[in-house]
Design a protein around this ligand. Structure first.
Ligand code: HEM
Length: 146
């Protein structure tokens, strides 16, 4: 599951870039909505699978103990940095999607909600990018470096 979540983070960044391009340049609002909700649902499923795996099946600390960065504490520090982005990212995504579904009109045309959505949508996208970058750094420090 560690490998799956690593690949999923890549897919998320590419998917968000496509989705923002679709809404910004092509003005494809419905496609943007579907892609964002699809990406968020997919990520949620992967995170649930990951949590089940890490709690009941895989002892990640045993795997990470072989890393040259384990004894210095760098593995835990990089995990801490990653969580500083990942946890707020979760709440901001729920907030952006929830508000967008509630506030945009059914035909999804730009509305009074646009300003707030563009601001928080950008924050959500940047947070996801930083979550991916710090997550991949943790993955490399803990499981790849030799
Ligand atoms: C976390 C999920 C989402 C993110 C990160 C996100 C991100 C964005 C961003 C960055 C923009 C502005 C692009 C620009 O710079 O012009 C945008 C526009 C838009 N989004 Fe989202 N979005 C999300 C979910 C949704 C959902 C669920 C809906 C519909 C229910 C939606 C509907 C729209 C619409 C209609 C616009 C165009 C606003 C306008 O230009 O007036 N978005 N989104």
């Amino acid at each position: 599951m560690l490998d799956v979540i690593f690949l999923t983070m890549f897919a998320m960044v590419v998917g968000i870039a496509i989705s923002v391009y679709l809404v910004r340049v092509k003005r494809k609002f419905v496609l943007h909505r579907n892609l964002q909700i699809g990406l968020a649902s997919f990520l949620l499923l992967v995170i649930i699978g990951f949590e089940v795996d890490i709690r009941f099946f895989t002892n990640w600390k045993d795997l990470a103990a072989e890393s040259p960065y384990f004894d210095s504490g760098a593995v835990y520090r990089s995990l801490g940095i990653h969580l500083c982005f990942a946890i707020p990212c979760f709440f901001v995504w729920v907030y952006v999607i929830w508000r967008a579904i509630k506030k945009f009109p059914p035909n999804l045309q730009p509305s009074e909600h646009s300003r707030g959505h563009i601001l928080w949508g950008r924050i959500a996208a940047i947070l996801m990018l930083l979550t991916a970058v710090t997550g991949c750094t943790f993955y490399w420090i803990a499981f790849v470096a030799s």
